[in-house]
Unconditional design. Structure first.
Length: 189
């Protein structure tokens, strides 16, 4: 799953860098030449819609979403594990709901041959098909992780649930940062 998340993260980064470059170029051309590409804002909307599920997937796989674990870390191991499983399962349900909504939207777009109400008049099926692919990638990862969490919950593997789905402790995060720093310093020498 880490490789999957890394690939989606690279795609996300490439999309955001391309969008930033386009916006910068559009701004400079407007400022110095009083010209416009027209439609960069439209591309920005499509890019954000496609990039968001990719970011969701990376956050879920890498366990990098924000959690407030002030109370969580003080709970008994069993309760922590159940909460971790519930958190993962709820994200899986959210992903399924978002995928359902996306499929329904794309089907409506296809049925009515909808086009964007912009100067480009883009047939919406094209950007929405890519949006659907990104949402499917998120839903697939969320489903696999939910199944894994559910299996651990059924086995009552509290330690496994906490290790795989629990938030990192402060000491774990510090160790990871120090290891990353050590690696970066080793590469720069």
């Amino acid at each position: 799953m880490t490789i999957y998340a890394r690939i989606l993260g690279i795609i996300f980064g490439a999309l955001m860098l391309t969008l930033a470059a386009l916006i910068t170029l559009e701004t400079l051309i407007r400022k110095f030449f009083s010209l416009s590409f027209g439609g960069v804002d439209e591309l920005g909307g499509y890019t954000i819609a496609i990039a968001a599920p990719l970011a969701f997937c990376v956050a879920m796989v890498e366990q990098s979403h924000i959690r407030i674990n002030l109370v969580h870390m003080r709970l008994p191991t069993t309760i922590q594990a159940v909460l971790n499983a519930l958190a993962t399962l709820s994200l899986g349900l959210l992903a399924a709901f978002l995928l359902y909504f996306t499929v329904k939207t794309v089907m409506g777009t296809h049925t009515y041959s909808s086009i964007a109400q912009t100067p480009w008049a883009t047939p919406l099926i094209y950007p929405q098909a890519v949006w659907l692919a990104a949402m499917t990638a998120f839903a697939a990862a969320a489903t696999l992780l939910s199944i894994k969490a559910l299996l651990l919950l059924v086995k009552a593997d509290w330690k496994g649930l906490n290790q795989q789905f629990g938030p990192s402790s402060t000491s774990d995060e510090l160790e990871a940062e120090l290891a990353d720093l050590e690696q970066r310093e080793g590469v720069n020498k």
